[in-house]
Design a protein around this ligand. Structure first.
Ligand SMILES: Nc1ncnc2c1ncn2[C@@H]1O[C@H](COP(=O)(O)OP(=O)(O)OP(=O)(O)O)[C@@H](O)[C@H]1O
Length: 363
């Protein structure tokens, strides 16, 4: 009787062990299948080149523009970039022009401080950035990671940055007539609104400024450098704060909380609108020497209803109502209290209404 009982118990235990083993094997096999499927999906979306010499890896996100690039030509050309290819440099690194052939050119940003230890998280962020496609956002086409540096490969914006147009040579500024400035304002607003409201998870840019608004061949605005502020700490030598952002564009609450918010981006966009209207640089030494800001200066003048005094002198004969409306929209964005500022979707709507209805917002 007792023996029978033990035999039954052993049989049950063996059966249980058998079931557990089957479950474990099924679990491992399903994991392997899922990984293979995910890898194949990833491969369909990316082109991968390994560089045996420097130990680097280049990942390009597949897109129609890269369709014809089947070889490792990209990697070879990228690694040959030199000082003569430099377009400019900023807080995060140096930007180069990469010419693949007469019809294909890219902008390659070499990040100052690459390190192998952040690789997986860093790559995940870049993959997410590569998925973002919008007509007012600069496309990230791929990246290259090497043990001591990283490269980001963007589409090249032939007309450079809004900052260079507004504050560069006078000749370039002349090309920025009122309709062009208005189009740039609305395009940039749409790009930021897309990051804030349509991307999942929502993206806060954290460094909206005129040098991060680039211009394509049709002078359409494209927002660049989104995600970089969270990805990297800017150079300490740059005008950026330790956390993120650039003086002259930062919302007042940022200095208290150090927290980047969508409403902080709205404030920075308000500063860009003032830049478009006044032609003045928010980081201008004249403002810092006087202990004032572009924002406080303009607010005082607008309160006295003397907008024409602060308007860029090269904006002669522009429609007064439109200009005044953009002034008021910028002031709404620059409200000291974040909750009183409009969202970027509302800003887009307000800017669109100026053209369609010819409304006068401030009256
Ligand atoms: N995709 C691009 N196409 C063309 N020019 C670009 C592109 N990206 C950047 N540039 C140019 O390269 C220069 C440096 O850009 P970068 O973004 O590194 O610095 P920044 O915007 O001036 O400052 P920060 O790094 O603080 O944002 C700028 O003059 C910009 O116009």
């Amino acid at each position: 009787m007792l023996i029978q009982f033990f035999l039954n118990q052993m049989g049950n235990a063996l059966l249980l062990a058998f079931y557990i083993t089957i479950c474990c094997i099924a679990f491992v096999i399903s994991k392997i299948i899922i990984s293979v499927l995910l890898y194949r999906r990833w491969k369909r979306k990316h082109m991968l080149y390994e560089d045996g010499i420097s130990g680097g890896k280049m990942v390009m996100f597949r897109s129609p523009i890269l369709q014809s690039l089947t070889s490792d030509i990209f990697l070879k050309k990228t690694l040959k970039l030199s000082n003569k290819d430099i377009i400019g440099s900023g807080g995060y690194g140096t930007v180069y022009r990469l010419m693949i052939d007469d019809s294909k050119a890219f902008a390659v940003k070499r990040l100052n401080r690459g390190s192998a230890d952040r690789d997986r998280g860093f790559e995940r962020e870049l993959e997410a950035m590569g998925d973002i496609k919008h007509r007012n956002i600069v496309t990230l086409h791929g990246y290259y990671t090497a043990p001591h540096y990283n490269l980001l490969i963007y589409e090249l914006m032939p007309n450079g940055s809004l900052d260079a147009f507004l504050h560069g040579r006078t000749m370039e500024k002349k090309l920025l007539d009122w309709p062009t400035r208005y189009r740039i304002a609305i395009g940039a607003a749409r790009g930021i609104a897309y990051l804030h409201h349509d991307c999942i998870p929502h993206i806060i840019h954290r460094d909206i400024k005129s040098s991060n608004i680039l211009l394509d061949q049709n002078m359409e605005a494209r927002v660049s450098d989104f995600g970089l502020a969270t990805l990297l700490e800017p150079n300490k030598t740059h005008v950026s704060t330790v956390v993120a952002g650039t003086f002259g564009y930062l919302a007042p609450e940022y200095f208290d909380t150090g927290r980047a918010t969508a409403k902080g981006d709205v404030y920075s966009f308000g500063v860009v609108l003032l830049e478009l209207l006044t032609g003045k640089k928010p980081t201008d030494e004249a403002f810092t020497e006087e202990g004032t800001k572009l924002v406080t200066w303009v607010k005082a003048v607008v309160q006295e209803k003397k907008e024409e005094y602060v308007l860029d002198s090269s904006l002669e004969d522009c429609p007064v109502d439109e200009v005044n409306n953009v002034f008021y929209i910028s002031l709404m964005c620059l409200e000291p209290e974040p909750s009183k500022r409009p969202t970027m979707v509302e800003v887009v709507k307000l800017l669109e209404e100026i053209k369609s209805n010819n409304i006068v917002i401030g009256s």
